[in-house]
Design a protein around this ligand. Structure first.
Ligand code: F6R
Length: 609
């Protein structure tokens, strides 16, 4: 939420920062702004709306600078307008600051600073930080000391980047509970909320930890704790390429990412297979040391958790609970040292998920995270990490992160089942074989132009619908939830996912001749049950769209529209079945002319509670 970019080096900071902001726009797009040091003055430009608003204007302004900071905002305090856009300046106009997070004690700091004569222009919590630094500077020997003193007074979450005329060759940064990474170049350095911002320049990265600050010059980076003591940091090479963070000819990132799923799933399998070859897998966690599992996650990642419960209970025989992280943290969960808590998070920065992990840690649980972003907070706080190898996910609507999470969770389940002797090794091998065939099954569907055309045709038929119902059962019930979430978030059509068997307890009242009812009806132990549910929908004139397998004949007579997907083991079927639902939501949003990759009110990486 909110994207920060900073640059110092040999190029024109303006261009590097705009380029970086465009790559981080998925983190927020209410307003954007930039500050540069030009001819011993701070030049700022900020505007409501998308980065392209400032880009068009800035292209016309012949400013050159080798140091600057920029920001793309997802509004928390203060409406999304030009004034509340970052960067914010102090009264002397010698300090410019961008911030991601929430300063919880901003009201009292603001009052205190006002009594000392500071004038505030915006309604943001952020503006207090820059005034606080200005105030601290009055009694500090240098800017760094003032910066440290100000940072120490902040409560809440922050990633901050500052430039100042007091020390015009340095970017000052600080972090607590909001991501901040430093990219290392040759004679140039970068700061950002996320690696894709500077991936076209470098993939050598320092991940800042909580309560760390850093000074970034063009040839050096120094990291300190908030007492001003030096901290040695590891330089990590992130194995992502620039092409992964570009649209590569696709109209939208979402479409590209849907199409990348066969590769992403294959990479997630091969990246996690080492334990089958006898290498250590779960460092720090004995697979026999826990008697129960709790899964915490948000949104789409939560849906992956719901499916993982089926995996873990059916195969590994470990009792498993699944919670929204935002609920878990406030519900006094029963957790002890016999509990394994699994967090599932694409970004590794979701505030609620991190808070749930910390709560579980306090109560003595071991922590495993399933995560896509190397070096993210979740990966650093968990006892052990299973990475998904989806590559950067740019579209706000999650697609390839979800299917790779399921892949990783299935593999993890096989590992547990083998280690806890819940499955015989030939059974593990047989499931593994089916998993290895999965990428080609997803690819087979995505390569079938005819099937994609069918999905498009159905989207054209229903894109003006006001509501939609998604039904599934067993492992595909969470796919109904996920299909509905995808439609809601990018097309703004109200959609509900429901377990098909529950329909008669309420939602059946919604069914009439206008409502599309998307039913996941692929082969599995509940197929006959779901066919009966489809009969119930038909009897009430509902318009049925069925995701099914070519060999399932009985659904053909009932459904108005059929989307056929390859048949796979029923426990793996969610990973295939979700793909047409992602495409369906995509085409509808595109027909409606919406901004598919950056839907309204949303941001990727929800770093505030
Ligand atoms: C939906 C979506 C969100 C995220 C959720 C969790 O398409 O992207 O629901 O799944 O915000 O994010 P992570 O997985 O980064 O913790």
């Amino acid at each position: 939420m909110c994207g920060i970019v900073g640059y110092i080096g040999k190029d024109n900071a303006k261009d590097v920062i705009i380029d970086g902001l465009k790559r981080l726009e998925y983190r927020g797009y209410d307003s954007a702004g930039i500050a540069l040091i030009v001819d011993s003055e701070i030049f700022t430009y900020k505007k409501q709306g998308k980065i392209r608003n400032i880009e068009i204007e800035l292209r016309k302004v012949p400013v050159y600078s080798n140091i600057g900071i920029g920001h793309t905002r997802w509004a928390t305090h203060g409406k999304p307008d030009d004034i509340n856009a970052h960067p914010h300046l102090d009264c002397t106009k010698k300090i410019a600051l961008v911030h991601n997070g929430i300063v919880e004690n901003y009201a009292e700091l603001r009052r205190e600073l006002q009594t000392k004569g500071h004038t505030f222009l915006s309604q943001t919590d952020t503006e207090v930080i820059v005034h606080l630094i200005e105030e601290e500077l009055k009694t500090s020997p240098d800017f760094f000391t003032a910066f440290l003193s100000a940072v120490k007074r902040l409560q809440g979450s922050y990633a901050i980047a500052v430039i100042t005329l007091h020390q015009p060759d340095t970017i000052f940064v600080a972090r607590k509970d909001s991501p901040l990474v430093i990219g290392l170049g040759e004679g140039e350095n970068f700061v950002a909320s996320d690696v894709p911002a500077f991936l076209s320049y470098t993939n050598r990265v320092i991940f800042l930890d909580d309560f760390e600050v850093a000074t970034v010059n063009s040839n050096s980076v120094s990291v300190f704790n908030t007492d001003g003591e030096r901290v040695e940091k590891k330089v990590v090479t992130v194995p992502w390429s620039l092409s992964q963070a570009e649209k590569a000819g696709y109209k939208h990132f979402m479409l590209k990412e849907i199409n990348e799923q066969p590769r992403a799933v294959a990479d997630t399998i091969s990246g996690n297979l080492s334990w089958f070859r006898g290498e250590s897998y779960l460092e720090g966690i004995d697979p026999n040391s826990f008697s129960r599992i709790q899964i915490v996650a948000c949104g789409t990642s939560y849906h992956a958790g719901l499916i993982a419960k089926f995996y873990l209970e059916n195969f590994a025989k470990v009792p498993t609970e699944v919670d929204y992280a935002s609920e878990y943290r406030y519900r006094e969960p029963i957790v002890d040292e016999n509990t394994l808590v699994i967090s599932i998070t694409q970004s590794g920065e979701t505030a609620d998920t991190l808070a749930a992990m910390r709560l579980a840690r306090e109560k003595g649980a071991k922590l495993l995270t399933i995560c896509n972003v190397i070096g993210s907070t979740a990966t650093r706080e968990a006892d052990t990490v299973i990475y998904t190898y989806a590559g950067p996910e740019i579209s706000v609507a999650s697609t390839k992160a979800f299917t790779t999470q399921l892949t990783a969770l299935f593999l993890f389940t096989l590992y547990l089942s083998r280690e806890r002797r819940a499955l015989a090794s030939d059974e593990v091998d047989s499931y593994l074989k089916e998993l290895l065939e999965l990428p080609s099954k997803i690819e087979a569907f995505l390569n079938l132009e005819r099937e994609k055309e069918v999905v498009k045709k159905i989207a054209l038929e229903f894109y003006r619908a006001k509501d939609a119902l998604y039904l599934g059962r067993h492992v595909n019930y969470p796919i109904a939830l996920e299909g509905a979430l995808k439609l809601k978030e990018i097309s703004y059509i109200h959609a509900e996912g429901y377990p098909a068997g529950e329909m008669k307890h309420g939602p059946i009242a919604l069914i009439d001749e206008n409502i599309p009812v998307v039913v996941v009806a692929t082969r599995g132990k509940v197929l006959d049950k779901i066919v009966s549910n489809v009969e119930e929908v038909k009897a009430r004139k509902g318009r049925v769209i069925a995701v099914t397998n070519p060999s399932v004949k009985k659904i053909g007579e009932l459904a108005e529209f059929l989307i056929e997907v390859p048949e796979v083991n029923e426990y793996l079927s969610p990973i295939v079945n979700v793909v047409p639902l992602q495409l369906f939501a995509y085409y509808i949003a595109d027909f409606l002319g919406y901004d598919v990759d950056q839907p309204r009110n949303l941001a990727k990486s929800v770093t505030v509670e």
